[in-house]
Design a protein around this ligand. Structure first.
Ligand code: NDP
Length: 293
């Protein structure tokens, strides 16, 4: 039986944010440009409001300019598109994030397609998805970027390892698979139509679970010694009526089998905002390079 290491994403994200803060100071001293992140929230979804507040706080703590746009739930689509276009033109804004989900009357794809790909710090624009897929420089979705940073920190070079990604969403599953391919892993993407999911998982040196199903991955699906990254965030209500967060992996069952695993909460979650800050700094550097050359 192996001793399972707990991958501390919270501590890693704190270190990453501190490093980004120093780089922002250096960039500002060198160029006179303070990286700026604009976050657009339409409506008052409580979870989205908490995310947006945290993003604004951490953006400011990293020394970047933070611009928040809170629009009412019935804001017309045309007004949201006009705001995104104005932010595209604003030289003080280097990253634009439109918080999803959007109200039903707004076409999210249309809004995402309007963001300038150079400022698309969520990495959801088709131009960035396409650039990632064909191996060009791209802005990469934040959660997948965080997963791969944790893996490289834990394992060093990933070349040759067999990775299984559970889930094929455009936000997590597909981009994380692309990033692992870029790291020279042998990658399998599994989903709701996959035959023998446990058997596929048991092949994995690296197992990434992003399905949104509480504790679906059981201990005996995990290859002994494998590194498990649990992206899932699921709120479950216990017998006493109190709710708690669990991942897509049965964390307790993984103990003694997995070589290392991210906890939920405190694993991948904190990496997402840290990577958003990283992407904003990356976007600011590239925009600065393009405008000064
Ligand atoms: P989606 O619902 O968009 O995608 C889920 C994927 O899982 C789909 O590809 C689906 O397959 C697959 N799936 C669902 N059920 C099963 C099943 N029973 N067996 C096999 N595959 C299944 O979710 P997201 O990718 O957006 O998010 C996944 C999880 O990650 C959620 O819990 C979410 O909250 C969390 N998350 C966490 C973030 C963080 O910051 N840590 C950020 C983003 C997401 P199919 O395509 O066939 O339907």
């Amino acid at each position: 039986m192996v001793e399972t290491r707990r991958i501390d994403g919270k501590a890693f994200a704190e270190g990453l944010r501190a490093r980004i803060g120093k780089e922002v100071t250096g960039f500002l001293a060198e160029t006179g440009v303070r990286p700026g992140l604009a976050v657009v929230l339409v409506g008052e979804d409580p979870a989205s409001s908490v995310y947006v507040r945290n993003k604004a706080k951490q953006t400011a703590e990293a020394g970047m300019a933070s611009f928040e746009y809170k629009l009412p739930a019935d804001e017309p689509e045309a007004a949201v598109l006009a705001l995104v276009e104005a932010l595209n033109r604003d030289p003080g804004v280097h990253g634009i994030l439109v918080q999803l989900p959007l109200p039903a009357h707004i076409d999210a794809q249309k809004v995402l397609a309007t963001i300038d790909p150079a400022k698309d710090v969520d990495g959801f624009h088709v131009v960035n998805a396409g650039r990632l897929a064909i191996g060009l420089e791209a802005l990469v979705p934040c959660t997948p970027l965080g997963c791969v940073m944790l893996l490289k920190h834990e394992l060093g070079p990933l070349a040759g390892l067999k990775a299984v990604v559970l889930g094929r969403s455009n936000i997590v599953g597909k981009p994380v698979a692309q990033l692992l391919l870029r790291e020279d892993c042998t990658v399998t993407i599994a989903h709701s139509r996959t035959r023998d999911l446990p058997g596929e998982c048991r092949q994995a040196d690296i197992l990434i679970a992003a399905v949104g199903r509480p504790e679906m991955v059981r201990g005996d699906w995990i290859k002994p010694g494998a590194t498990v990254i649990d992206v899932g965030i699921n709120r479950v209500v216990g017998d006493a009526g109190t709710s708690r967060l669990v991942g897509d992996v049965a964390f307790a069952e993984a103990q003694g089998i997995a070589g290392a695993i991210t906890p939920v909460p405190g694993g991948v979650g904190p990496m997402t905002i840290a990577c958003l800050l990283q992407n904003t700094l990356t976007a600011a550097r590239r925009i600065q390079r393009a405008t000064s050359s």
